[in-house]
Design a protein around this ligand. Sequence first.
Ligand SMILES: N[C@@H](CCC(=O)N[C@@H](CS)C(=O)NCC(=O)O)C(=O)O
Length: 325
Amino acid sequence: MSMRRVTGLAVLGRAIAGNGGATFSTTAGSSAAQRRQILTSCCGHTSPLWFTQRQPDRFDQSRSTVARGVPETKRFSVTATTLAQDFDAKEKFQPKDVVLYQFEACPFCNKVKAFLDYYNIQYKVVEVNPINKKEIKWSDYKKVPILKVDGEQMVDSSDIIGKLYQRVHPEKSALNSEEEKNWFRWVDNHLVHVLSPNIYRTTSEALESFDYITTHGNFSFSERIIGKYAGAAAMYFISKKLKKKHNITDERAALYEAAETWVDALKGRQFLGGLNPNLADLAVFGVLRPIRHLKSGRDMVENTQIGDWYARMESAVGDSGRIKA
Ligand SMILES: N[C@@H](CCC(=O)N[C@@H](CS)C(=O)NCC(=O)O)C(=O)O
């Protein structure tokens, strides 16, 4: 297997947990261009304009009324109205042709998928080969996710979610409260960085992760077989560097702490959004979904309180709107 393929797999491996800008020396023999590819491949952080927009909205007012505790008799009707509004919103925006260009395990792509699934938007998936990225040659943007909505190209997971939200809820703007905004950002700024050191923590976990990545991703037969071992070995070492870069001493402790921090943020509510998930709920769920059934995800659910919220999210998000090719 060529070094180019190994580094390509390493790119995807790092992409699964969205670690940007790590420096490392484990791919001895890789060219400067290949190293540059790895250094630039992952997951920059942007603060799109729509983060700063804020507007009160009917929907959130009714939600906070419930939180403040209206009398039982009124509560049912407020709750029912809130749920009905969310249900209506889910049916409102139905574009004809939605195509997601993605890496199956990329956290940013999974944020977008959680949104599409929650709002029952049907979409096709084009799995991009991380090594040659030939499926997105047509675009000037060289990362995933890219979403095409009735021919319109949208890029950057947060921008995509912001734009889609405004189409689903034209009467309001995305990220309505400081709380939702801050936790939405926390996903990109903190949570994704904790994932990679966990899923490649030991050689067997790195192999388990690459087994998942290579079976779900777009790889040729030989890339799949060799990539599993080469990618796992590369990522095992890279993840140690990432751990240092993000000042993580005990990766599992950091994962559990992130999970508990999130549960604390819920303050006893079903979702951060109250009775329904908001964009921060969807983002946290999106990035955790690919790791949930890996050892790190199983450990996280066994050792923290996050399992109940995760299960509620699974049922709120429901079946995927992904159209089988
Ligand atoms: N800020 C972007 C980050 C996207 C990103 O870094 N994607 C990675 C995969 S997780 C990628 O496409 N890397 C490949 C490359 O840059 O060559 C977002 O939120 O969508």
